[in-house]
Design a protein around this ligand. Structure first.
Ligand SMILES: [Zn+2]
Length: 528
C-alpha cells in the first residue's frame, strides 16, 4: 500500500520528512520520495492530500480498564458542587433496581466552592436504597454512602490500613471518604461487571482512544479480569489498538499470577503484559502525595507513603529477575526520593545495565533528585496535562519553593533523560494533542493567556517525541515502534492540522483523519 502526497514527519533523525511511505505486511517498507517508488505496483493508495502524518501516538500512562469501567458507571466529573453529583446519583438510582451497586468516577472537590471533602449524608439522601461508591477523578479517594460502607464492613471500629485513611467526623464515625489504600476495603465489596458487558465497555473505550488520536497505550496497572477481556477481543480480531500493560501490584492475585508465569504476549503482540506497576504514594489533589515537608494548606500532613522503600527494592529485584520492567507511581517529592533510593539500593545488590525503571508522574522533585534520574537510568513518565489542570491549586498545596521542582520538564531534559508522555486518562482527556499542547504552551486550554513557569516548556519536537519515539524506548519497543523507519510497524496518524506548523492555540483541537495500526486502517473520518 502506498501512503503518499503528504508531509510525513517520520521522527527518524536520519530521514525526518518524506512525502511517501510504502506499507507491506503491516510494516513500513519504504519512507522517501514518491519519485523513487514504482507507483503502479501498489495494491492500494492513501492520498494524504497534503496533510501531516506522525508515527502512531502512544499514551505512556493510561488506564483502559478504568476507562472501560467508567463507561458502565456514573459520570461524576465536571460537577461544580457536591449537590450536583448527588443529583446525578439520585437520577441514576431512580432507574436502577433497589440494592444494585452504583459505582462512578470523576468528582473533584477542588472544583467546588469551599473545596471541602463531601460526606455520605448527601449520597444517603440521594440513594438510600443503593450502595454508592464514587471514585475521585485521580483514583486516590472514594466517596461512599452508608449502604456501601455497610457492604464493605466499614464502621467506627475499622482500623486504617497502612497507606490509607478513613476520614471520620468529630464523633468518630466514618464520613464516607476513603483515601488511598483504604479504598481497597470498598473495591473488595464492589461487584465486577459480567464479561460480556465489560468486553463491550473495552470496545467503547478503545474507540474513544482511537478517536482521540492514539494508536496505543502503556496501561499502568491492569488486573487479570481486564487482561482476560483483552485476550478475548484480540482472539476475535476486535482489538485494533496496542496495549503495553503493567500488572497492578495492588491486585495481589494479578502479581501472584504473573510472578509465576512471567511476561505475557497476546496475539501478534498488540497486547503484552511485560511490566509491574507499584504505587509509592497518593496524589496531590487528595493530599496523599508524600512530601518531605507538610502541605502548605494542611499543616502537619505530609501525605501517604503506600509502600516502604525496602519493599520497592525487593519487588524491583523480583520483577527484574522474571523479565518485567518496573514502573513506580511517585508524585510527591518524598515519594520520588524514596523511589530513587529504592532503585539505587536494587542496583547495588544486582547491577542491571538496561533496566529502564520508570517513575510514573515524577511530579514534584527536589533539586537534588532531578539529576538522579539520569545517573540511575530511571525514566520519568509524565503527564503534561496534569500541570495545566493542577496549576490553579498546586501553589496552595506546595508553596513557591517546591513549585520550582514541579512538572519540571526542562530541568529533567537538561540532564539528558527522555520523558515518556501520557495523560493518565480517565483522570485527564486521552487526547495526545491536549498533552502536546500542555507541554509546549504550559497554559490551560481555556484560552486565558497565562503561562506558568514558561522556562519549563518543551519544544514541539520534544513533545511529539514524548508521545512517539521516547515512549517506544520506555516500553522496550524502539525496534518496532516510535518512528516511521523501514522495518518498523506501520502505525501512523494522519492529522487534521500540521502539528509542527499550525498556530499553537490550534494544537488541542487537532483530530485524527486516518489512523493505521500495523498497516491496517482502524479509523477514517472526513472533516466535513
Ligand atoms: Zn495513573
Amino acid at each position: 500500500m502506498l501512503v503518499t502526497n503528504g508531509r510525513i514527519y517520520t521522527m527518524d533523525l536520519a530521514n525526518p520528512l518524506v512525502d511517501t511511505l510504502v506499507v507491506r505486511d503491516g510494516r513500513v517498507a519504504f519512507a522517501g520520495r514518491r519519485a523513487d517508488v514504482n507507483v503502479s505496483a501498489a495494491a492500494g493508495v492513501v492520498d494524504l492530500e497534503g496533510r501531516a502524518v506522525v508515527p502512531g501516538l502512544v499514551d505512556a500512562h493510561g488506564h483502559l480498564m478504568h476507562l472501560a469501567r467508567a463507561q458502565l458507571t456514573l459520570e461524576a466529573g465536571g460537577a461544580s458542587s457536591e449537590a450536583e453529583v448527588a443529583e446525578r446519583v439520585a437520577a441514576r438510582a431512580a432507574r436502577t433496581p433497589r440494592g444494585e451497586w452504583l459505582g462512578g468516577r470523576g468528582w473533584d472537590q477542588n472544583r467546588w466552592g469551599a473545596r471541602q471533602w463531601p460526606t455520605k449524608a448527601s449520597l444517603d439522601r440521594a440513594a438510600p436504597q443503593h450502595p454508592v461508591a464514587l471514585t475521585r477523578i485521580d483514583g486516590h479517594a472514594t466517596w461512599a454512602n452508608s449502604a456501601a460502607l455497610a457492604a464493605a464492613g466499614i464502621d467506627r471500629a475499622t482500623p486504617e490500613p497502612d497507606g490509607g485513611r478513613i476520614l471520620k467526623d468529630a464523633g468518630g464515625d466514618p464520613t464516607g471518604v476513603l483515601i488511598d489504600t483504604a479504598q481497597r476495603l470498598m473495591q473488595r465489596a464492589e461487584p465486577r461487571p459480567t464479561a460480556e458487558r465489560f468486553d463491550q465497555a473495552v470496545t467503547e473505550a478503545i474507540d474513544e482512544c482511537l478517536a482521540a488520536g492514539l494508536t496505543g497505550i502503556h496501561e499502568m496497572g491492569v488486573e487479570l479480569y481486564a487482561v482476560a477481556s483483552y485476550r478475548r477481543l484480540v482472539e476475535r480480531g476486535r482489538f485494533p489498538f496496542r496495549n503495553y500493560a503493567a500488572a497492578a501490584a495492588r491486585s495481589e492475585s494479578t502479581w501472584a499470577h504473573y510472578r509465576e508465569r512471567g511476561p505475557e504476549t497476546i496475539g501478534d503482540g498488540r497486547v503484552a503484559v511485560r511490566a509491574l506497576k507499584l504505587m509509592a504514594d497518593g496524589a496531590l489533589g487528595s493530599r496523599g502525595a508524600a512530601l518531605h515537608d507538610a502541605y502548605c494548606d494542611d499543616p502537619g500532613n505530609t501525605g501517604l507513603v503506600l509502600i516502604p522503600a525496602e519493599e520497592i527494592t525487593r519487588l524491583t529485584l523480583e520483577a527484574a529477575a522474571r523479565g518485567f520492567q518496573v514502573c513506580v507511581h511517585a508524585i510527591g517529592d518524598r515519594a520520588n526520593t524514596l523511589t530513587l533510593d529504592a532503585l539505587e539500593a536494587a542496583l547495588v545488590r544486582t547491577p542491571h545495565p538496561d533496566h529502564r525503571f520508570r517513575v510514573e508522574h515524577a511530579q514534584i522533585l527536589t533539586e537534588r533528585d532531578i539529576p538522579r534520574f539520569r545517573q540511575l537510568g530511571a525514566l520519568p513518565s509524565m503527564q503534561a496535562t496534569h500541570c495545566t489542570s493542577d496549576m490553579e491549586w498546586a501553589a496552595e498545596r506546595l508553596g513557591p519553593e517546591r513549585l520550582r521542582g514541579a512538572y519540571a520538564w526542562r530541568s529533567l531534559l537538561a540532564t539528558g533523560v527522555i520523558i515518556a508522555g501520557g495523560s493518565d486518562f480517565p483522570v485527564e482527556n486521552p487526547s495526545p494533542f491536549h498533552g502536546i499542547y500542555a507541554a509546549v504552551a504550559r497554559r490551560p486550554r481555556n484560552g486565558e493567556d497565562r503561562g506558568w513557569q514558561p522556562e519549563q516548556r518543551m519544544t514541539r519536537e520534544e513533545a511529539v517525541r514524548s508521545f512517539t519515539v521516547w515512549n517506544a524506548y520506555a516500553s522496550r519497543q524502539e525496534s518496532e515502534l516510535g518512528s516511521l523507519t523501514p522495518g518498523k510497524l506501520a502505525d501512523l496518524v494522519v492529522l487534521s492540522d500540521d502539528l509542527f506548523t499550525c498556530p499553537e492555540e490550534r494544537i488541542p483541537a487537532i483530530t485524527p483523519v486516518l489512523t493505521m495500526v500495523g498497516g491496517e486502517i482502524v479509523l477514517r473520518r472526513s472533516l466535513g
